[in-house]
Design a protein around this ligand. Structure first.
Ligand SMILES: [Zn+2]
Length: 274
């Protein structure tokens, strides 16, 4: 039996029509990514993942798939960031205070990253999100040596700027991150263009301008690394176990769960009765 290819756009439309097959595909493609993001970014909060995953997909489905209908982008890359925002917003509803070990305020970050290569900033940003070197090189698709250099450069810079080494250097508070997420400026780049830069589908002059901006803007640095992270894990992670999917889909309001009607005559008849 040939396998059916479900493109992103078909998936989105199918989910909006509440077709079981597409919701199944959606959860199987995206639930593992959502779980990973929760564990990676909110792991220290000891949140129970499965109820949270259910909440995410149910809230996507609620009000007649309002969240999906509201998506204004045109590519899966944009949807990845849109979906990620949903995951973060849902997880944050359950957060209850976090430890005070972090010293990284926005001011500090800006000074730390001043005149540091974008490639090194990307590394430092993912280190702050508690990724290991061996994960970072895959997410950023760079050699391991560049990851090590990036980490060392930022540590060195920290010692220069603040006169001492700080073991909490790479701890970023969610409170600070939430602040950064609101700091979109007039020159900030949309995900579609960032995505073109990631894929190398952009003229070098534009690329240089955008990379210059990224290296001076925490809002965009965060979005750019988030996109690379989501692209990598969407491809890399296996779907969650079948029983998890069943539980995710349990409360999704579905329309037609049967195979679509094949006969064109019947389809025409159905149309008349609509
Ligand atoms: Zn920006």
């Amino acid at each position: 039996m040939p396998t059916e290819v479900i493109t992103f756009h078909r998936m989105l439309e199918g989910c909006i029509r509440n077709e079981f097959k597409f919701w199944q595909f959606f959860t199987s493609a995206y639930a593992a990514l959502a779980q990973h993001l929760i564990q990676k970014h909110f792991g220290s909060f000891k949140i129970d993942t499965e109820p949270l995953l259910r909440e995410i997909f149910e809230s996507i489905n609620e009000n007649d798939n309002f969240f999906l209908k509201e998506f204004s982008g045109s590519s899966e890359r944009e949807f990845l960031i849109y979906f990620r925002e949903k995951v973060f917003a849902t997880a944050r509803k359950h957060l209850t205070g976090e430890g005070e070990q972090s010293v990284l305020e926005i001011e500090t970050l800006n000074r730390l990253f001043q005149n540091v290569l974008l490639a090194h900033q990307e590394v430092a940003w993912l280190v702050m999100k508690s990724y290991e070197d061996g994960e970072i090189n895959k997410i950023l698709r760079v050699p391991l040596s560049l990851v090590q250099t990036g980490r060392n450069e930022v540590l060195k810079k920290h010692a220069q700027v603040f006169g001492h080494h700080d073991s909490n250097l790479f701890r970023l508070k969610d409170r600070v991150l939430q602040q950064i997420e609101t700091q979109r400026g007039p020159n900030c780049t949309g995900i579609k263009i960032i995505s073109d830069v990631v894929d190398g589908r952009i003229a070098w002059r534009d690329k240089t301008n955008i990379e210059n901006h990224l290296s001076q803007c925490l809002y965009c640095l965060n979005r750019e690394t988030a996109l690379k992270e989501a692209i990598f894990y969407l491809r890399e992670l296996s779907p969650l176990p079948a029983e998890v999917h069943q539980s995710l889909l349990k409360n999704i309001k579905l329309g037609n769960q049967k195979e679509p009607i094949k006969s064109s005559l019947l389809a025409r008849v159905m149309k008349v009765f609509k």
